[in-house]
Structure formats: structure tokens, C-alpha cells
Design a protein around this ligand. Sequence first.
Ligand code: GLA
Length: 453
Amino acid sequence: MEQLLDGLVEIYGNGAGEQMARYRSTFAGFRERYGPGPVHIFRAPGRVNLIGEHTDYNHGYVLPVALDRDVLLLARPRSDGQVRLANVEADFEARSFAVSDAIPAAPSGDWSNYARGPAQELTRLRSTGSVQVQGGPVSGIDGLVSAAPPFGVPRGAGVSSSSALTVAMAVAFAHFAGWEWEGAEMARLCSDAEWYVGTRGGIMDQFIALLAQRGHALFLDCRPDADGEFRTRPIPLPAGYRLLVMDSGVRHTNTRNEFNQRVAACRAGVALLRQSMPGITHLRDVENVEWATLESQLPEAVSVAALRAEGLELGDLPNVPDDAPLRVRACCRHVWTENRRVLDTLEALGSDDIRRVGSLLDEAHASAAEDYRISTAELDVLTVAAREVDGVAGARLTGAGWGGCVIALVPEAQVAEFTAHVGQAYTRETGREATIFPCSAGPGAGLVGVVDV
Ligand code: GLA
């Protein structure tokens, strides 16, 4: 146990003591459910994104940061190919399924889909031989998941609780199968695995969950190079500031359709631009073309049906109705400008120009709200209140949108005042309570240790 405590200090710093109590109670839960013996502990963190929203599936740039809030998975391998899962939270009922390369999905929204996806994806990779896998077949497990508040990744809050669960599961399956994978390879696998649930998300959440480094954001260029590799770079967070997370308490549910419609609008933009620029595949390809040139070729809105009539197909996109108006021009403008803002933010961070970083965050929020239309009244109230506090560099929504969290860069000396002011203003304006907490950039996912319970 002492060795475990050392490991927890590396992961959670000062929070290690409290975490030990959380870990111990999860060990007891595991023993009660599955019996005594050795058990492996895996974890994967949630994230916020400093800037670069809805750019990843357009092959753009992102700058996420891991939270020290995470998903814990205690697991023990089984020899019969069965996955039996339980959760410390009673709302998530126990589930089981058999590992195969075609695992039937549980009903939409069921938490076990985030385990079924990676189990199927790993098994397929091995059976198709599409990548060189060293190691054995994916085995079943007995698993217990712990992601309850206050240490777990908040759910539906736009901080990637689902990717954290997917990643923790994938890391466990791969570990027991004896696969030795680099973080980036595993991140790609996990993002493919998440398509299992139907949302056509990008790769940001899985990359940060796996490659995060303490105290750093991760710059990720979501366009692979010729060898299929992704460029990543750890970026130190600005000294003297805290990255504060304000959870609006508004939970996004059933936003998959809205999400996929944004993906569709971007793909529609590419399909239309390809008529004059053959060969482009993603909005990233036009990052250096003047916006005015692009704008003139992008209609304000168009439907999938109208595009199809012109012979343009958008690919596999569940739940996008044929007649839904895709706001192509505004959505593409958001992505095109957001990519520039990410690169400008990198430069401003490099020269310690925090005021500039702050203005870029503010501009990113405006673009997300007006062009991409993913903000809500509550998120807007939080950004306004955050900027009212002296010295705050900037504030913006983070994650997919439609609820969830806002982040702000706050001078260390102002944290207490900030928390009090934003909390009060939010309750006054919306009647809701915000949960405000610092993002202590933590490390990426992995095996924490093996204990006897
Ligand atoms: C979700 C997706 C990510 C990314 C963000 C928006 O979190 O999973 O891939 O697209 O939304 O930036």
C-alpha cells in the first residue's frame, strides 16, 4: 500500500491522501463483489480544452488539459471471455457481455457501451491483422468502475467522462492481452471505439486522456502526417494563473444529433469547396485560403437532401435528418477562425502574453456561441461573470457545448474572489448553483498498480 501511495502522489500531488481513502473504499467494493485476491487498478482522466473547439474532426488544432478528476477501473482478468462490470454508483446497473469482434450494443445511453466499443475494436484489430499486434487475444474481466463525485469525472458536463471510461477500459483490455502500445496508437483506437456509440467525435479527448503530462496542456495537430503519426507537444500552463472550471450544472443529454449535424455542416462545406478545389478532404486543407474566397462558395444553409440532389454525399452520419438545415457558412467560419486562434494562442503562451491569450479565449467563445451555436444562456452568464473579476485573462465554454463547463484563466491571488463573485452572479441570474474548481493538470491514463484486496 505504501508503494501505491507514492504512485498516487505522482498522479494527484497534494490530493494523494484523500485519493487513498477513495481507492481503499473501491478495493473493499471490489472484494465484496468479486472476492479477495489480486486486482489491477487503471485510471483515465477527464479534460477541459483551453482552445480549439470542434476543430479535431476537421483535422485542425486543439489544446486540451487533463483534469485530476478521473475514472478508476479495478479489474481482474477472466478466462471465459465474459466481461462483468459493476459501478460504485447504484444508478449504473451491473452489466455483462461476451468479448467478440461483433459485440451487440446495449440500448443507446447505456454505460456499458463504453466498454463494448473498445473490447470490439481491440478484438477486430487483432482478427483483421490491420495493425501489427504483439500479444494475445482480448480476455474477459471482472471490473468495478468508480467515477463518483467529487473525485470522478463529472458526467454530461463536457469534460469527457465517456472518453475517460472508454480509455480506462481499453488500457485494461490491452494490458491483460499483453499488448504493448504507444499512447498515440491507443488514443486512435479509443476514438474509433467511441464511434460505436454513434457520435462522430474527433480524437482530442482520447489523446489528452492518454498523453497528458502534469502541469501541461497538450498541443495536438489532428491531421496525421504522411506516416500516419500525429504531432503533439506539451505546453506549460502560464505561471501565476489558475485554470478554473465552472460547471454550469446544465447537463447535455441527447446532443448526439446536434453534434452530428455540426459534423455534417463541416463535411458539406468540404464537399462544396471541393468543386473548385479538387483533392481537399477536410477544412484544414483551406486554412491558408482567404476567408472571403471560401465564403463566396458556401451557402448560409443547405440540407443533406439538396446536396444529394447535386451528387454530393456526406458519408456515414447517424441521426442527421435529410431535411435538417446545415448552417454551412457559419460553421465553417468557426472552424477556420478557431484554427487560427489555437496557433495564435500557442504563440502568445510562448511569449507569456497572457492578455492576448485571454482575448483569444473570449473570441473563441463568441465564435462558438454565434457561429457554431453551441452555447447556452447559462454558459454565457458564466463567461460574463468571469470576465468581471479583476485580472481575469479570458473565459470560454469548453467541450462539445450545449451545457457543461466554462473555463477562465484567473490570477492566483484572485481565485477566492473569483469563486465568490461568479458563484453569486450565476445563482442570481439563473437560479442555479455553479460548481467551481481548479483544473490541476494531471497525467494521462495508465495502470496505477496491482494490489491484493
Ligand atoms: C467532443 C468530442 C471531441 C471534440 C469536442 C469539441 O468532446 O468528443 O472529439 O470534437 O466535442 O471540441
